[in-house]
Design a protein around this ligand. Structure first.
Ligand SMILES: Cc1cc2nc3c(=O)[nH]c(=O)nc-3n(C[C@H](O)[C@H](O)[C@H](O)COP(=O)(O)O)c2cc1C
Length: 211
């Protein structure tokens, strides 16, 4: 199958074409505004994770995040962004280790709790402690722990790069929790409608067979 044979169906029944709010001029790039930037990323589905770390005083911090990305396989690197104004930033700034728990679709309560301000996000349980002393969310679809290798100030946020040390795939049978258009969603139709197998990054870069 050639690359150009990707068949993209029209919008599913009951859904109109996607338009960015405040920017109805289809096919013409406009000077970027904060509103269009937000509208664009509202329409960019993302997996939901909880990032946790230990502060210097031994207390735990954790926050819901949709910014986790895989950066590199050799070495194993991830990155995420954390707002400078976040209550978690001072601990992430000083920490050596973080855990990332990729939430399952049944964990909206955890996602909500770990993005609620002014509460003890660990008080209601649902997490356990790893040998490293860091908390990880129980029942997550997958989780990892990583050693922070770089922090880059970026606007009002910080991009944190971390080397992955352990991976737990025990929950991988669970469907992931997705954040899209300001709502938590299950990864079901229309988001997960299979279209065509995509090559893995590594294969693409090596110029491998893309079929
Ligand atoms: C779906 C979702 C994704 C989020 N992603 C991030 C993120 O990637 N980085 C970040 O700093 N905050 C993110 N937040 C915000 C934090 O979870 C938290 O709400 C915010 O830090 C405010 O609380 P705090 O100041 O008490 O930490 C996200 C919130 C939600 C609901």
């Amino acid at each position: 199958m050639s690359k150009s044979s990707l068949a993209v169906a029209g919008p599913p029944p009951g859904r109109g074409p996607v338009t960015a709010s405040g920017n109805e001029r289809h096919g013409h790039a406009q000077v970027a505004t904060a509103d269009d930037f937000r509208a664009l990323f509202r329409r960019h589905p993302a997996g939901v994770a909880v990032i946790a770390a230990k502060a210097l005083d031994g207390s735990y911090v954790g926050f819901t995040s949709t910014s986790v990305i895989s950066v590199s396989v050799e070495p194993l690197l991830i990155a995420f962004s954390v707002m400078g104004a976040s209550s978690s930033w001072p601990a992430i700034r000083d920490a050596k280790l973080v855990t990332v728990s990729f939430l399952a679709e049944g964990q909206i309560g955890i996602a909500t709790r770990f993005s609620t301000q002014g509460i003890d996000r660990f008080a209601a349980g649902g997490w356990r402690t790893l040998a490293s002393g860091l908390p990880t969310i129980e029942g997550a679809a997958a989780s990892l722990s990583a050693r922070i290798v770089q922090r880059i100030a970026a606007g009002g946020s910080h991009l944190v790069i971390a080397a992955v040390e352990t991976i737990d795939l025990a929950g991988q049978g669970s469907a992931p929790l997705i954040y899209f258009d300001k709502e938590y969603r299950a990864a079901a139709f229309p988001l997960a409608t299979p279209l065509q197998p995509a090559p893995e990054f590594g294969e693409q870069l090596k110029g491998g067979d893309q079929q």
